[in-house]
Design a protein around this ligand. Sequence first.
Ligand code: PXP
Length: 248
Amino acid sequence: MTSRIRLGVNIDHVATVRNARGGARPDPVRAALLAIEAGADGITAHLREDRRHIRDADMARLKDTITKPLNFEMAATPEMLAIATRIRPHACCLVPEKREERTTEGGLDVIGGHNHLVPFVAALRAAGIRVSLFIEPDAAPIDAAAALGADIVELHTGSWCHAVEAGEGEKAEAEFRRLAAGARHAAASGLEVHAGHGLDFETAERLAGVPEFVEFNIGHFLVGEAIFVGLGGSIRAMRLAMDRGRGS
Ligand code: PXP
């Protein structure tokens, strides 16, 4: 297994720290440039409806400034579609969004939400933007994502990472098997397979051993670790962990 797995660095929480005080520092675009220098293969940012971290101007500056692909995470709303088709990122990852949640909880309802999602997927693809759907790692949502014409599925690693962190060994193993089976099913369906949510050095290293994964998107842990070792150090260590896991 030699193909190198891509690391997308999510810089939302640099903006969270900035917004805690208002003002302009720390600048998420500066963090994105540093992340790329440290080995990130792309930058991910989530423009939430409530603008709690990334703001519209950050997204526009990211698109204008960074030299690696921009992955724009967004809810499937007309407002976000208008912004995305104006900014034209490399990819859009459609995620569920509830105002009251602390972070994205659970995958997108691609089965019940099929009719709602059809025009969003079509409009983004027509604008030349790759479409990723953030879903639970089960066959039914994967099949539904393929039926919608998505290019990519990002499998939600939150349940697994939570079980690992809580020391729930059996549940963690079951969740890992669910992710590995989901990745195989998605790849066999012709989808590019990404993963994200809650990954740290240990979980990213282990999951990188599943060959169907092409990209991980990681944010909160890397920004937190940066407090201790700097953002460059945290990203370089993640790169090494993923390479070890992949054997590349
Ligand atoms: N991928 C998606 C689709 C997400 O919504 C998030 C969280 O914003 C991430 C990856 C990154 O998760 P974390 O910040 O926990 O690494």
